[in-house]
Design a protein around this ligand. Structure first.
Ligand SMILES: Nc1ncnc2c1ncn2[C@@H]1O[C@H](COP(=O)(O)OP(=O)(O)OP(=O)(O)O)[C@@H](O)[C@H]1O
Length: 240
């Protein structure tokens, strides 16, 4: 793992390494032939057990940043380190492996599999990872119970409320015990009370399992309950 050795973000001293570090990250798209620079050397380091709210106006690059951090896209410049490991020169299969093992993703529209029950939605990613059905089912029912869905295991997504569906999506995202949880507006389509429940569930998980969480949200009240708040300004990540 020699090329993987992390340079430390400035000012971190002897502190343990960040589990996620976006270093000098650039991302540009082209719009009608003209370059559209979204990230211009962005820096973001997140440590285990730390929750970071990403609050920025529409179109400034929140989803782009989450996609880069989640290895769903590659940066045009800079480096994304996961667990101290540089990811830009890894093969596709290694990136896929890191994505599957180290990273959990929760989307605004949960993308649950409609024909499967809540339990099965959380079992499947674990079986893809290679766990036996029995172990996966035990983990899934424990996790769903922890998120207050113990009585809803055999319900299909269409038989669950929006907040319940979103909690199933959270359970699915953390079922393989990732080190980083990324969420893109996870409460964006929920009423305030349900959003509060979902956020509390996320917070409990982050604290209980020393997850690092990066959550894009427009909800300032919920963002206020996280450890840190950052925004994107002129293509850079800025602490609020
Ligand atoms: N594949 C793409 N091709 C071209 N432009 C893109 C692409 N993806 C994103 N963009 C542009 O990049 C900018 C940032 O998009 P992004 O989705 O990251 O914003 P966002 O901050 O998440 O916005 P929102 O809060 O509305 O979801 C937008 O102007 C968008 O139009």
């Amino acid at each position: 793992m020699s090329e993987a050795a992390i340079e430390k973000p400035a000012g971190t001293g002897e502190r343990e390494a960040p589990v996620l570090w976006l270093h000098a990250v650039e991302r540009r798209y082209s719009e009608a032939g003209a370059p559209l620079e979204i990230l211009k050397g962005a820096e973001l380091a997140v440590w285990p057990g730390e929750s970071v709210a990403l609050i920025a106006p529409s179109g400034t690059g929140k989803s782009t940043l989450l996609h880069l951090a989640g290895l769903l896209e590659a940066p045009d410049g800079g480096e994304v380190y996961i667990g101290g490991r540089a990811t830009s020169k890894l093969s596709d299969s290694e990136r896929t492996r890191i994505r599957r093992i180290d990273i959990g993703f929760v989307y605004q529209f949960h993308h649950l599999l409609p024909e499967f029950s809540a339990l099965e939605n959380v079992v499947l990613p674990q079986m893809i990872r290679g766990l036996s059905k029995k172990v996966a089912r035990n983990n899934a029912s424990e996790l769903l119970g922890y998120l207050g869905l113990g009585e809803r295991l055999s319900h299909r997504p269409s038989e669950l409320s929006g907040g319940e569906q979103q909690r199933v999506a959270i359970a699915r995202a953390v079922a393989n015990a990732p080190r980083i949880l990324m969420a893109d507006e996870p409460t964006g389509n929920l009423d305030p009370k349900t959003a509060d429940h979902v956020f509390s569930a996320l917070g409990q998980l982050v604290r209980a399992s020393r997850l690092a969480a990066v959550i894009a949200t427009h909800n300032m009240e919920l963002a206020g309950r996280m450890d840190r708040r950052v925004t994107i300004r002129d293509g850079l990540v800025v602490e609020l």
